[in-house]
Every structure is written in C-alpha cells, then in structure tokens.
Ligand binder design. Structure first.
Ligand code: AMP
Ligand code: GLY
Length: 428
C-alpha cells in the first residue's frame, strides 16, 4: 500500500523534506503559508494554523494520512503530535512533553545535567530579572543570556561577543522574559548534527555549519540562519573525525536519556579546545541545515519513517559523498527592519545546477515576492565545498535589488578562517 504522508510546515526546511519524500508517497502539506515549491511536489496543500491541533488533525484525517512529519518547532510545542497520535496517525516528531528538550531551555539544561550528559556547560536559571542581573555582575567570565522559551533563534545574547555585561542587564530589564538561563559562554566553532531517532535508536547525518549572523564576517544581529555548508565526509574541515565521534556519543547519551523519544534530534555543538560542548538541542531538522543534509541522503527518508512507525530497526543512512553549500536570499533589512514585496527573479530554471528551496514568499499576480522573513535558498552540491559554493553563487547571480545574501558562506577564505580559529584555540 502506498503511504500517504502529511507534512506540517511551509518553510525552506519543509520544502527540503517534501523533496526528499516526493515520488515515494502520496504527499499532502499544511501550513500557514502556501510554499510554491512544496505546492508543485504535493498532491494537496491546505492553508491552516499549523499550531492548531484540531485543524491539523482534521486535515490529516480528511486526506487519510498514514504518517505525519512535523517540520517546525511551534507545532511540536502546541501538541500537534499528541493530537495526531490520539487520532491514530503516527507522527514523526516528539510529543509536547518530549519536545521540551527544545522548547524549554531551562528544562533542557537541567535534564542534561541530571542525566550526566557530557558537554553541558555551567548554567543557572532565573525567574527574577534582578537576580539574573546580580549573577551577571558577580560572574567571573562571559555568559550567554537565553530566554527559556522559543524565540526563533533570535533571543540569545552572548556577553563578550555581541554585547557587554551592562548591555546584557539592560536587555534583560527591557525584555520582560518570564525565565532566563545564564550559561557559561562557549568559545570555538559551532556545528550541527541532525539525527533521526525512533525505537531507542538513532541515525546521525554529517556535520553542518550554519551562519547565524546577518552580515558577512559574522557581523550584525542573529538571524534564523543565513546559510550553511557540509563537506563530502561526515566531519567539517575544522574538526577531526574523533571530535565528530565525540559529538555523536553525546547525541547517543541524550537519546538514551530521552527514553522513547522519536523524531529529529538536532544537536548544536561548540567545538572548543576541550572538544565538543552542547550549545542546545532542537526537536526538528534545522533550517537551513535540512537543505544541506536531505539532498545527500541516499537512503529514502520514507524508509526510515516507515521503519520508525513499524517499530523496526532503522535502516542505516547512506549519504552521497558530496559537499553542500546553502545560501539564503533574505529581504533587505532582515532581520531587524525587513522590506517586503520585492519580486524574486530566482526560479528553478535560473538556478541551473543548484537546488532551489522556497521559504517565506508570497505568490501573487503571477509572481513571487519577498515577505519579512528569509525568502529563498539555493544549494550547490559538488565534490568540494569550493565547487558547491560556486554553484550556489551562480544561482544567486539573478537575485536583484531588495535581496541580500551572505556571499562569504562556504568560500575558501571563510572555511580557512574557521580552521585557523580552531588551530589558534588549540594553541598549536
Ligand atoms: P540558541 O538559540 O540556543 O541556538 O542560541 C543562538 C546562538 O547563540 C547559538 O547558535 C550560538 O551562536 C549562541 N550561543 C548560545 N549559547 C551559547 C553559549 N553557551 N556560548 C556561546 N554562544 C552561545
Ligand atoms: N539553523 C538553526 C535552527 O534551525 O535552529
């Protein structure tokens, strides 16, 4: 029997998930926006509030979904998986309680601490802003300041990197968060490993490096992620294979501690001079990282989802030995003061050898226009990071005014700067 999959979410990450599934199943999509890329791959698209359990479940029942895949974190926090499962539909994603590993950063740190997971930095949680400010004053060293709840990756401030202690206190006093986590600032190079988890097992994918800062040379405010790269091997050029394996063992220990978790476990690590440390865990694929990882899957994603549902051993994940470079084109002014309404000239044809993924766009009057969020991503695949970068840049050459790109992502200079940074930290 053919599977019918309902994909929840309408961003670039979900376009990549749709591409990985299309052709292997009957595919439906529901989201708050109509993603033109997903629409060409899916048998049906429903515009609804993806955080409304009743709306999603009723659409899943209407299309007779045999499986559901949840893209973003907000539906997980809203209990979409719980609702689908109560309706008898297997959903590849954690139930609300299990999704707290992402949705509650205070819970996350405490959980990792209680289970003795290696690589968890020193942290304290606060409900009172003034107590947090006192802690910042007394702390000997730099801290990362994190609201405990979801902020789309934009709520964290790192003392000694983006701001000073006085500004951090002002930020807390202005922001009015219920709970904040203050944790030891980790120094090194960041990377992501995404794992598929079910039935007590996990299958990990190659490491990816995202670029959170809005502007070239890692300047400017944090964004959802401006672009990312991966190499033709599992590790990245600035890490050893052993360090990659250390991160995998942290992921494995976390999967064991999470008992019964299913879905994606996304580990964000900082490679420090002392090895990989945990920046955070997410309960879903990364955006943009899914666009690096899913296109190099040789094992069909559907096979993993079905094995997960059937309580079978997960198939080994095979990957094409290709490097990938993903670059987002974002509206001018993003993330602080984005200008919407720019016509997007990049299309699947003009993208040439690159893959094109739509994110937040508006489809009207026969054209595709920017909104106030990340608009489209292109992904180059090749034997080397440098060649993949060239393919991505070529596809972006038609991006006109009103769109901004970090042209430095994946360039030999920036990759070398990452390697040099680690060499310097290691002191050799
Ligand atoms: P998060 O929302 O936890 O992913 O944090 C956003 C970004 O803040 C991360 O990608 C890091 O660049 C930075 N960050 C978070 N926690 C820390 C930390 N403990 N030390 C240094 N940087 C951090
Ligand atoms: N790229 C960061 C995230 O998906 O959280």
């Amino acid at each position: 029997m053919a599977e019918t999959v309902l994909l929840v979410g309408g961003g670039g990450r979900e376009h990549a998930i749709a591409r990985a599934l299309a052709g292997d199943c009957v595919l439906y999509n529901c989201a708050g926006n109509r993603n033109p890329g997903i629409a060409t791959l899916a048998d049906g698209v429903e515009i609804l509030d993806a955080t409304d359990p009743e709306a999603v479940t009723s659409y899943a029942c209407e299309v007779e979904a045999t499986l559901a895949v949840i893209g973003p974190e907000a539906p997980l926090e809203a209990g979409i998986v719980d609702a689908l499962e109560d309706a008898g539909i297997y959903a590849f994603g954690p139930r609300r309680e299990q999704a707290r590993i992402e949705t509650d950063k205070a819970f996350q740190r405490q959980f990792l601490d209680e289970h003795g997971i290696p690589g968890n930095p020193d942290f304290e949680t606060f409900e009172d802003v003034e107590e947090a400010c006192t802690y910042i004053e007394a702390y000997d060293g730099d801290l990362a300041v994190k609201p405990a709840g979801l902020t789309g990756g934009k709520g964290v401030r790192v003392i000694g990197d983006q701001l000073g202690a006085e500004e951090a206190k002002a930020y807390l006093r202005e922001s009015d968060y219920d709970r904040v986590v203050l944790e030891e600032r980790l120094v090194g190079e960041e990377f992501t490993i995404q794992a598929l988890v079910a039935n007590g097992e996990f299958r990990a994918s190659p490491a990816v490096q995202d670029h959170k800062r809005a502007y070239e040379d890692d300047e400017g405010p944090n964004t959802g992620g401006m672009g990312s790269y991966s190499d033709a091997v599992r590790e990245l050029p600035f890490m050893t294979h052993e360090e990659y394996e250390q991160a995998i063992s942290i992921l494995g220990a976390t999967v064991d501690a999470l008992e019964g978790y299913k879905g994606i476990l996304y580990g964000q690590f900082m490679l420090t001079a002392e090895g990989p440390k945990i920046v955070e865990f997410n309960a879903r694929f990364g955006d943009p990282e899914a666009m690096n990882t899913l296109p190099v899957f040789d094992t069909p994603l559907l096979e993993v989802l079905v094995a997960a549902r059937e309580n079978e051993t997960l198939p080994d994940l095979e990957f094409a030995e290709q490097a990938t470079v993903c670059k987002y084109a974002v509206p001018e002014g993003y993330p602080e003061d984005p200008t919407a309404g720019t016509a997007i000239e990049i299309d699947p044809e003009s993208a040439g050898d690159a893959l094109l993924f739509y994110a937040s766009v508006e489809n009207r009057d026969g054209g595709i226009y920017t909104t106030t969020s990340r608009a489209v991503a292109v992904v180059g695949l090749a034997d080397t990071i440098t060649d993949a970068e060239g393919i991505a840049e070529e596809a972006l050459s038609v991006a006109g005014e009103g769109l901004r790109v970090r042209h430095d992502i994946g360039t030999p200079d920036l990759v070398q700067a990452r390697i040099d940074h680690m060499t310097e930290l290691r002191g050799n």
